[in-house]
Ligand binder design. Structure first.
Ligand code: 289
Ligand code: CA
Length: 160
């Protein structure tokens, strides 16, 4: 058994209180930094951050840009994440590629890390694989999805 003397216990208590204060201060700094980083071209939702640098690229170059930045191409997995990406692209007035695609297996859209997509927000009559060569997904300004050729230029939106 370990026996603490009263004075030892009080010292530990005040150390814990000081550490708790430091953590609270740090949380304020982190939140401020996150908000500054997201202004005005990003959104935070759940644990995810979505952000654009305002540039455009094909699916492959957008994918490379996001992974070089330490993130990946925006891949919304629910209505809240979709709304966050939609707000960014509406602000820039440009459609964006999403990460999901059916390059590997026609007709089966999968996430970049593999695995069939769960949440979808297709526009009416989509996906239609027009011309037999639409393996990527663009998000329209209203947040709806269209399968589209991977070689157009679209706003680059990454998630972190
Ligand atoms: O090349 C076809 C695309 O430009 C788009 O044309 C129409 O908006 C729809 O048929 C879309 O599905 C298609 O991706
Ligand atoms: Ca289409």
């Amino acid at each position: 058994t370990v026996l603490f003397r009263c004075s030892e216990f009080q010292r530990l208590e005040s150390e814990v209180a000081a550490l708790r204060k430091q953590l609270d201060d740090l949380a304020v700094v982190v939140t401020k930094n996150r908000d500054a980083h997201l202004f005005p071209n990003g959104r935070s939702v759940g644990g995810k951050l979505f952000k654009t640098d305002g540039s455009q690229g094909s699916f492959e170059s957008s994918k490379a840009t996001c992974s070089q930045a330490g993130g990946q191409l925006a891949s919304p997995k629910n209505a809240s994440e979709n709304a966050a990406v939609q707000q960014i692209i509406a602000r820039h007035n440009k459609a964006a590629y999403l990460g999901m695609n059916d390059i590997q297996s026609e007709g089966t859209f999968a996430y970049l890390c593999g695995g069939e997509i769960g949440y979808t927000n297709w526009a009416d009559e989509e996906p239609n694989n027009a011309g037999g060569k639409e393996d990527c997904i663009e998000m329209y300004l209203d947040g709806k999805w269209n399968d589209r050729s991977c070689t157009e230029r679209r706003l680059i939106v990454c998630e972190f």
